[in-house]
Design a protein around this ligand. Structure first.
Ligand code: ATP
Ligand code: FE2
Length: 328
């Protein structure tokens, strides 16, 4: 089976084509970068509408496939920014109708989980999903992915992006903070906010800006922010492993590109005698391949949706979606 997937929840428009066993046949994507400040949903959606038709063409070309060889069309139904989701959903509906193929709705968070799980080869790992809008520790149980712990305020990536803009940089901030942190060495105390298996970041944001106002340089600030925030994520992941008697972790979401986070979670997991896996960065950030792969799993389990019932769901939570392909 070959499935085409469309991703458009936030800043990235991407089309992926995937075959059985998560074989990635092609990915074609383009990221909207705001001229200044954060993402404006309407402008990002306009960007997606402009680039998606050509990305579909590129994805087919790169996979050496004709449209008739695509067996289903999957799209990100949510969560995400309404206008951006609608842009991708509209293109997906159009393709499904034009090609006379089933339309398969995919939850964006579950897709981050599934692509990481497929590449890891691990059957039932714990997942640390750290992205722009989401920060969750997830495990599968009885037909759904369950959120064991999460952010109580903003997603870690949005926190890093916002902080970097406040420090004079541009979007996206996560990769730039990583470069800056590698030049820092002095750890300044910042609010370490772990509540059971939940975390919060807004206190670190305020405290970092206060340190900046006192003249602390950006490399040391970035270093302190990374060490503090990633230690929080490592701690809640370890607590989840201990409670659920697990020893395998996979990372997903754009912040999982970060080498310091990877190293900290790996050190913790291996220290417990377990295994940690993180996909290549291109498959941690938003991409159409993860939507296509999850669409393939869902379609194989009998999931599809009529066009007239395919409204996007900007607030669709990870734990609201049934995952019949994992039922056991
Ligand atoms: P969500 O999955 O919650 O909808 P998203 O779709 O906005 O979030 P992703 O593409 O999964 O996000 O991740 C984007 C985020 O990843 C951005 O906030 C970006 O700053 C962050 N990011 C990317 N690379 C790195 C890195 N090397 N270190 C830290 N953060 C990073
Ligand atoms: Fe994402």
């Amino acid at each position: 089976m070959v499935v085409l997937g469309i991703e458009s929840t936030a800043h990235t428009a991407s089309v992926g084509i995937v075959g059985e066993d998560a074989e990635i046949l092609s990915v074609a994507g383009h990221m909207y970068r705001p001229p200044r400040g954060g993402i404006h949903p309407r402008e990002a959606a306009n960007h997606h509408v402009e680039v998606l038709p050509d990305l579909v063409r590129q994805a087919l070309e790169r996979a050496h496939l004709r449209s008739g060889e695509i067996e289903a069309v999957a799209f990100s139904q949510g969560p995400g920014l309404g206008p951006c989701l609608r842009a991708g959903a509209t293109v997906a509906r159009m393709l499904a109708l034009a090609w006379n193929r089933p339309l398969v709705p995919v939850n964006h968070c579950v897709a981050h989980v599934e692509i990481a799980r497929a590449l890891s080869g691990l059957e039932d790992p714990m997942l640390l999903y750290a992205s722009g809008g989401n920060t969750q520790v997830i495990a599968y149980a009885r037909g759904r992915y369950r959120v064991l712990g999460e952010t109580l305020d903003i997603g870690i990536g949005n926190f890093l992006d916002k902080l970097w803009i406040e420090l004079g940089g541009s979007f996206p901030g996560g990769p730039e903070i990583e470069k800056e942190a590698n030049r820092g060495s002095e750890l300044h105390p910042l609010p370490y906010s772990v509540h059971g298996m939940d975390v919060a970041f807004s206190g670190i944001l305020t405290a970092t800006l206060a340190l900046r106002a006192k003249g602390i340089e950006r490399p040391d600030l970035a270093y302190s922010v990374e060490v503090t925030a990633y230690a929080m994520l490592t701690e809640i992941t370890e607590r989840a492993l201990a409670h659920r008697h697990r020893d395998e972790v996979v990372l997903g979401g754009g912040v999982a590109c970060n080498e310091r986070l990877r190293t900290m979670v790996r050190t913790m997991t291996e220290g417990r005698g377990g295994t940690m896996f993180a996909p290549p960065c291109s498959l941690c950030v938003d991409n159409g391949a993860m939507i296509a792969w999850t669409g393939l799993l869902a379609h194989r389990a009998g999931v599809s949706i009529p066009v007239e019932a395919s409204a996007v769901q900007p607030r669709q939570r990870t734990d609201l979606v049934e995952t019949p392909w994992r039922a056991r």
